[in-house]
Each structure stands twice: as C-alpha cells, then as structure tokens.
Design a protein around this ligand. Structure first.
Ligand code: SF4
Length: 371
C-alpha cells in the first residue's frame, strides 16, 4: 500500500483507533451513489473506494463528495485498477492511501507523488492550497498570470486546475473527435467524465467520425456530449444545393461551425481545445491560455508534438479514428478533408488547394466578418 501523505494527523488518529479495535473498514464501489456511500461509511474508520478501471473517474467524484458533503473524516483509500498518473488527483480529492492492483510500480508512484507542489484544499499539514497561490499570482493582465501559472505544468495538471478550480461548472471541451482527439478526451474522462464535450455535427462529417464519437464516448465513460448542429432554416436558405462548401467554404464553415458554436458558447466562460503548435500555420504561436471574443480558450496540449500524441495513444491503448490508418492526419468534414501527402504537415489535407487553413471557430468574430 502506498501512502499519499495527505493528512498525517488524521492518519495517526485513525490508525490509533483501528489498533484499539474501534470503527469498521468498508469497501464501496466507485460507481456508488454518494448518499448511499455516506450511509455505508457511517461509523467506519476507513473507507476503501474501489476503482474497477483506471478509466472510470467516478471514484474520484465519490471521494470528493464523501469528504466535502458527507464530512467523512476517517481514512480514505483508493483500491483497484489505478495508475501512477492519478496520484495527484487521488490526493486532491481526499484520498489518504492507495492500494493499486498493480503494486509493482512503486518507483512510478513515488515519482508521480514527488511532482505535487500544491494541495487542493487546506489541510492540517499547512500546505499552501492552490487558491492561495492563485491569490498571490502576479497582478496585472490575468491572461499573463494564467499562462505563468500553467508554465511547467503538464496537460493533466492544467486540465485539472481548469476544470476543478478555475472555471468549475463553466468550462467545456470542444472536440472534433478527429485523429488526435482521444488524448484530451481521455484526460478529462479521468478528471471529471461529466465535463461537457461540445461536438459540432456539421452535417458533412464522415460516417466514421460519427461512429468513432459514439464508441469513444462510451469507452471513456464521457457522460455529457453536447452535439451542435447548424440551424436547419439557415441551412436551407444558404445551402439549398448542398454545394456551399464548393462555392464559398468560409460561408459554409460560418453556417455549419462558427454560428452553431457562437449560439452555444454563452453557456461557458472557457473552452478547452486540442490544438497544438506542431500543427503549424497560425497555431505555431499558440499560447496555453488565450482569450477570443471575451471567452477563454485553454490549450493544454499546445506544446505536444506528434511523438507525444502517439506515445499517449499507445500507453493507454486508445482507439484510433478509423481514417487514421488511411493517411488522414487531421479530420474534418468529408468534402474538405483529404489524406496527408506531406508527412510533416498534418493539416495539409484540409481544404486542399484553397487559401484556407482554419474553419474560423478559433478566430475573433471581427476577423471572420472581414474575411
Ligand atoms: S469544413 Fe467544408 S463542409 Fe465543413 S463546414 Fe467548412 S466548408 Fe463546410
């Protein structure tokens, strides 16, 4: 068993109580409703929350609810299928210890724990919690402060802070369910699988993308997919012949992507994207945090390259988009996407032969109007 060293004083108290034979140890599956779990934890000195799969994040939510809503003060132990990358999240939601099924990875767990610098909540160990660090962040431009705070953090840490702290309940992931999308989606599935995932169904997607969206969402346990479609009256008026993509692709993207997103974006203060600098073009200078039309975009994978993406797929055995094996390195709508010829430019198959490299959902409205 590995200690997360969250709360040494409560640990001592609990261990003394257990030695004296006081209080039960109960095991509760991570998928249990928190009220039922709170009932079962009543009078227990230790609760083991079982993770059936490391991909299933419900045990994290259950731990947080037992601590925060039910006020459970005994020992919380995570048991089951867990991986070292989850050490930070286990600790932050209130676990004291972890007993993974695969306990041959002690060094990896130790390394993962050593990366902790801040605690999520105030605790008796007097570690400075994240929100106090944030209050001490440099004054002035908040974007600069956010980028400074995220500098040096890995993508999971950025996402964890964005979803659980900075924009709690006001953030969504924007996903095309394209060639690299599984990486970011897998990360948010571990942090909070009920994070809204906004998916633009343009009416021009490959059938394989729609299949992949359903299968991947189910596999990762994502529970809040929000499908956005073009307005049918606008589509009939502007694209009656289904050839707008050919005549005027900017107008087609505006109809099928930009306006549907603009109508839905008011629900959120921040959107997470999967864009990366190695995609080239305008993305070469992509910051981790930016503001577009008054709303934040968080780009936790900005610094990732193709090698890291591939390694992540391999490590977590993530399924590839069915078109990836056919040379499609970046996948959008079928009329405007082709396999890549030049391996060095992953987006070279998008709008091939046209002077267009982006659809406009990441551009300020003012610029789109001028184009
Ligand atoms: S990518 Fe092509 S088909 Fe899709 S919305 Fe843009 S122009 Fe239309």
């Amino acid at each position: 068993m590995l200690q997360l060293e969250r709360n040494p004083q409560s640990r001592k108290r609990v261990e003394a109580q257990m030695e004296a034979g006081g209080g039960a140890v109960v095991e509760i599956p991570g998928e249990t409703d928190w009220r039922e779990a709170a009932e079962r934890a009543r009078g227990a000195v230790q609760v083991d929350i079982r993770f059936a799969s490391f991909k299933d994040g419900r045990g994290f939510s259950l731990a947080a609810l037992l601590r925060e809503r039910a006020g459970f003060a005994g020992k919380l132990r995570a048991v089951g299928d867990l991986i070292p990358d989850q050490a930070m999240h286990l600790k932050r939601v209130g676990f004291d210890d972890v007993a993974p099924d695969n306990d041959n990875l002690d060094d990896d767990w130790a390394r993962a724990r050593a990366r902790f610098t801040h605690a999520y909540q105030p605790a008796q160990d007097k570690r400075t919690p994240v929100f106090r660090h944030r209050q001490a962040a440099p004054a002035g431009d908040d974007l600069a402060a956010l980028n400074a705070r995220y500098r040096g953090l890995d993508a999971m840490e950025i996402l964890d802070d964005a979803i659980r702290n900075e924009w709690t309940g006001r953030i969504a992931m924007l996903s095309s369910f394209g060639a690299e999308a599984a990486v970011g989606l897998h990360m948010i599935a571990q942090i909070a699988p009920d994070t809204p995932v906004v998916f633009l169904d343009t009416g021009r997607l490959f059938a394989q993308t729609e299949q992949y969206q359903r299968a991947l969402s189910e596999q990762l346990g994502l529970t809040n997919i929000r499908v956005l479609a073009p307005d049918s009256a606008e589509a009939a008026a502007e694209d009656g012949d289904d050839r707008l993509w050919q005549r005027n692709p900017d107008a087609c993207c505006a109809l099928r992507k930009v306006r549907p997103l603009a109508r839905a974006i008011g629900d959120y203060d921040a959107l997470i994207t999967g864009r990366k600098r190695f995609h080239g073009g305008e993305r070469l200078a992509l910051p981790v945090v930016e503001r577009i039309d008054g709303r934040i975009r968080v780009n936790p994978l900005a610094a990732w390259d193709a090698e890291r993406v591939n390694a992540y797929f391999k490590r977590f055995d993530l399924p590839r988009h069915p078109l990836s094996d056919m040379g499609y390195a970046s996948i959008g709508c079928w009329p405007c996407t082709a396999p890549v010829e030049d391996d060095g430019d992953v987006r070279s198959g998008r709008w091939r032969g046209r002077d267009k490299t982006e659809c406009g959902i990441h551009a300020p409205a003012e610029r789109i109007a001028a184009e």
